[in-house]
Write a protein that binds this ligand. Structure first.
Ligand SMILES: Cc1ncc(COP(=O)(O)O)c(C=O)c1O
Length: 462
């Protein structure tokens, strides 16, 4: 059958899907498996549901049925976001509403900023391990139809599906001190690149997914200098900001937003960074567990692009000194906004109880983390101690010596009723097998159930 697809969409199908499609997933019952593989935050759900109900009841007016505002999106939400960033992100220059373009979550922000700063066929450097799913086995049509959104997430679809921008991953030599290798690993892939002129940006995630640690200020300054030296944009995804855990190790760096660093940058002998090249992405999906605030989620099993679900308003991009870029983004994302999500987020960000809510988030995340950490220590499983975030990175398949052994282990675990995000697609340390991202941001009951199943599974393999 002649598909009638554009050459762009045809290319996406041919190039992108083989990277996502796994061989047929092992048999498991998705309704009974405890899912610790995603990056959703469920710990505040009861409180947030109450808040949502009262917001709709008390604040919704007939305006929510009207067309959303153009020119960057709902002014009230941008005002609330600016004040939120000024309170919690310590920007050097106060963030103003006009520095912000609203998007349908962080994915939408990244896809559109990439579209705005890269041309077809350009490349972006991403430090590994990176938020990315990929599977080497080309798909059969049958397997393509079985893909779910979480099988196709990661930066790849955002960069590749529409903008056709390549990702070059800079892999670190170790997980423990990954931050020490940020610039050296970026420099290495840059130097090895056949066509440096096509590299347009560095995209990194701070706090880090999947390592749940922050880059120290020094590493961030160095990466800014690196970008400056090579004329690159720096796009920093700060979606996990403020998901702090209590009692993080003393050695763990605090979260430092790029907004607090862009200017002045005048260390001895340093290059001054051009603040018009630094762009921060933030979304409420992780902090406030609202990944689902996409009113129309058009996941298509054959042409999966995350921003098909782009009728939402819980993300944004902040660029303080690049008005043409903000204007371009405002244009690109005009129809992506959702007035109900907008009203909800603006109300949440201006709620006098917000500091208490953030504290509660930290307390609950910390207590779930402790439960998981105690379990892992009991089983002598090595993990990167998190200081932030919703998950941790652990070498759960301790004895895996190859990709095949690793796959057998995680497939068997899934059949035993626990799903974790095995790290095969994260492009971490070369040749170091057995790692997985395990989420703890679930209810205590759910986590206990998952750990109970894992215990039985590990017992059987002793
Ligand atoms: C680093 C990172 N950026 C972006 C996203 C997606 O965010 P959103 O749901 O706001 O599009 C995720 C979700 O897992 C993520 O981990």
């Amino acid at each position: 059958m002649e598909s009638g697809l554009s050459s762009r969409a045809d290319r996406t199908l041919k190039e992108l899907l083989p990277a996502f499609a796994a061989a047929a997933p092992p048999k498991h019952n998705p309704t009974t498996a405890v899912d610790l593989s995603t990056a959703q935050n469920e710990v505040l759900r009861p409180e947030l549901l109450e808040f949502f109900k009262s917001t709709v009841e008390d604040k919704a007016t007939s305006e929510v049925f009207a067309l959303p505002a153009s020119n960057g999106g709902d002014p009230k939400l941008r005002e609330a976001l600016a004040s939120f960033f000024n309170t919690y992100f310590h920007p050097i220059h106060p963030v103003k509403p006009e520095h912000i373009a609203l998007t349908a979550g962080a994915c939408d922000a990244i896809e559109n900023v990439i579209h705005a700063v890269c041309d077809d066929g350009d490349s972006v450097l991403v430090p590994g391990p990176s938020w990315r799913k990929s599977h080497a086995t080309p798909p059969s049509l049958e397997n393509i139809m079985k893909l779910r959104p979480e099988d196709t997430d990661g930066f790849t679809p955002m960069l590749k599906a529409r903008a056709n921008v390549n990702i070059i991953v800079a892999q670190p030599p170790t997980y423990a001190n990954f931050d020490n290798y940020l610039v050296p690993s970026l420099q290495a892939v840059y130097d090895f690149s056949a066509d440096k002129s096509r590299i347009k940006a560095v995209l990194l995630c701070n706090p880090h997914n999947p390592l749940s640690r922050c880059y120290p200020k020094k590493a961030l300054l160095e990466v800014m200098e690196f970008c400056q030296e090579h004329g690159l944009h720096l796009i920093i995804d700060e979606i996990y900001a403020l998901t702090d855990l209590n009692n993080a190790p003393d050695s763990a760096p605090n979260f430092v937003s790029a907004l607090s660093l862009t200017e002045p940058l005048r260390r001895e002998g340093a290059v001054k960074v051009d603040p018009s090249r630094v762009h921060v992405v933030w979304s409420a999906s992780k902090l406030f567990g609202m990944s689902g605030f996409r009113v129309v989620s058009l996941f298509h099993p054959v042409l999966p692009t995350i921003t098909d679900s782009s009728v939402s308003t819980q993300g944004c991009i902040i660029s303080q000194q690049n008005q043409p870029l903000i204007s371009a983004l405002s244009l690109l994302t005009t129809s992506h906004v959702n007035t109900v999500a907008s009203l909800y987020l603006a109300s949440l960000l201006t709620w006098p109880q917000l500091p208490t809510l953030l504290k509660l988030n930290t307390e609950r995340l910390t207590s779930s983390y402790r439960l998981l950490a105690t379990f892992l220590r009991k089983w002598d499983v090595d993990f990167v101690t998190p200081s932030h975030g919703l998950f941790l990175f652990a070498k759960l398949a301790r004895h895996a010596r190859s990709a095949g052994e690793e796959k057998l282990f995680f497939d068997a675990l899934l059949r035993s009723g626990v799903k974790v995000a095995d790290a095969s697609g994260f492009r971490g340390v070369e040749g170091d097998f057995g790692w997985a991202r395990i989420r703890f941001s679930v209810s205590e009951e759910g986590l206990r159930e998952g750990l109970g199943r894992m215990e039985v599974f590990l017992e059987e393999r002793k």
